[in-house]
Design a protein around this ligand. Structure first.
Ligand code: DHB
Ligand code: MG
Length: 223
């Protein structure tokens, strides 16, 4: 059996023991697939990790860049207090419609605001409003990974956690010759990260139900 199949089986085993049925997220996954969305949501175990991060930092305001079907948005919003707010962005209007339906049905729609359109102008408007976030999850097009990180840092306070998905790309991240725009985008993010002062950072390679990839995690120590 190949390694990625083994990793899938292990995710299934762990999910069975640590998560079990999750009717709210399971329905979002089902309906996203039925609607033909790309299967790029985080896994159930990764969603639980993101939710735990929201809890650990006692987040009140969360920003997600890249909503897709709303799977991770709902997972994180569930970990917010009732007065908390999660803002998520989606560039594709058809995808956003499906996401909005999923969000409305989840029972957590009161805590989630979906902003339709490209993320960077949306973020610029939030910057002008002086918005600050406790946690930012970057999971949109990988081409702009560095731009999203830069923007997230501007929306941060001391202690803000920024998590960027898909920073390993099956190992392709180390390929300096890669012609893939997503790999170039992720590498640009690491180049930017290397210049950052006042940010603690690490990256964790992940392997599981959705293959081999990883999270970069940043903690702002000074603004
Ligand atoms: C892709 C995007 C994602 O956000 C993800 O988690 C996996 C793959 C992609 O565009 O290939
Ligand atoms: Mg992703």
């Amino acid at each position: 059996m190949d390694f990625l199949q083994t990793a899938k089986n292990v995710d299934e085993y762990i999910e069975g023991h640590l998560i079990g049925a999750d009717p709210v997220l399971d329905l979002i996954a089902q309906d996203s697939e039925a609607a033909g969305l790309v299967p790029h949501s985080v896994t159930p175990l990764q969603a639980r990790f993101l939710a735990m991060m929201v809890s650990v930092v006692d987040a009140r305001r969360v920003l997600e860049v890249g909503c897709l079907g709303g799977y991770s948005a709902v997972a994180m919003a569930r970990a917010l207090p009732e007065s908390g707010q999660l803002i998520t962005t989606e560039i594709d209007t058809r995808t956003a419609k499906i996401a909005q339906q999923n969000i409305d049905r989840s029972g957590f729609g009161d805590r989630i605001e979906l902003k339709v359109g490209p993320a960077l102008p949306t973020i610029d408007a939030m910057l002008e409003d002086g918005d600050v976030f406790d946690l930012v999850f970057i999971d949109a097009d990988k081409v702009n990974h560095a731009n999203y990180l830069e923007a997230a840092l501007q929306l941060a306070r001391v202690g803000t956690i920024i998590i960027a998905d898909n920073v390993i790309r099956g190992g392709a991240v180390t390929d300096s010759e890669s012609q893939e725009n997503s790999v170039k985008g992720v590498r640009a993010m690491f180049e930017l990260a290397a210049t950052l002062k006042n940010v603690e950072m690490t990256a964790l390679q992940t392997v599981g139900a959705k293959g081999y990839d990883g999270f970069a995690i940043f903690r702002v120590t000074e603004v």
